[in-house]
Write a protein that binds this ligand. Sequence first.
Ligand code: SF4
Length: 351
Amino acid sequence: MSVETSAKEATGTEDDVVLEVRDARVTFDMERGESRVLDDVNIEIRRGEVLGVVGESGSGKSMFADSLLNAVVDPGQFSGQVIYHPKDDEPIDIHSLSPSDLKEIRWEEISFMVQGAQSAFNPTMTIESHFWETLNEHDYDIQEGMERARQLLSDLYLDADLVLDSYPHELSGGMKQRALIALSLILEPSVLVMDEPTAALDLLMQRSIISLLHRLKEKYDLTLVFITHDLSLVSDIADRLGVMYAFEFIELGPTEEILHHPSHPYTRALLNSVPNLATVEEEMKPIPGSAPDPVDIPTGCSYHPRCPLADEKCLQEDPTMLPVDDEHEAACFYRDEARDELPLNYLTDES
Ligand code: SF4
């Protein structure tokens, strides 16, 4: 594939980076004022990793996913860059592509399972027709593509013949979701972005899909971006976790580090608010206060109205990402104090 890019010189490409997000911002003009739903996000997604993106609803997770694929809906205004680094080709600035080049990149390089995607199946078409149509639209060899479809379906523990012959309503939620994962991988993308891929499924099916995704990732050498409000679920599969608050990342690091040494007061509150194996329900603490209004994001540190450690500095200055440990960073002036003074309700030996 040959696509013009303006990003080539700006990237400083590293081999292990597959997607590079720079100063990504999304705004909507509203009667009440400008709504900022993605706030100068910078992050590098590494080739072959599973990046879990977590946060409360309304924290900007879905807008981050939309931005990765230039799928922000009108009248949203995107500024910044999302640079895709193919393995053996020049970098590509996703937001500078023509509609036809963008169509090529989507599915073939970076595939996207949007939230509530099960309803994306056309109820009047069999599952096979969905595969056929996708292959045909992208000029893929149909026979080869259908063989891959069968393999993917069977990798997902589905009876390929049965599923391909079915209409969407004839499949259970779990089967439909697995068929959709197979469909998103039909054109051999290297990155799969999933927005709440297990929502609306029962707990057992959620766990089963997580383990299947892990196998697929290994087998097909995929990079996964897994966006969810369910921190305990994504922790089982993610190599790194990025925590979003007020439309930006406020903590990022290896999953084990984030779970055992969360250093941003919001991450600690988030972890205390979710069920996990070691927490009895009475000990789960909802986070006091509410998520910020995108038209009126607090000045200084956006978490200060809800933060028990906030002081005058937090009201005045907006912290950037600051180091905690190797590969672990948090946007808080008081990372050590957070760890010392804000207990976790599921760990007793944090050090
Ligand atoms: S910078 Fe201040 S307000 Fe923000 S999270 Fe840290 S302690 Fe809390």
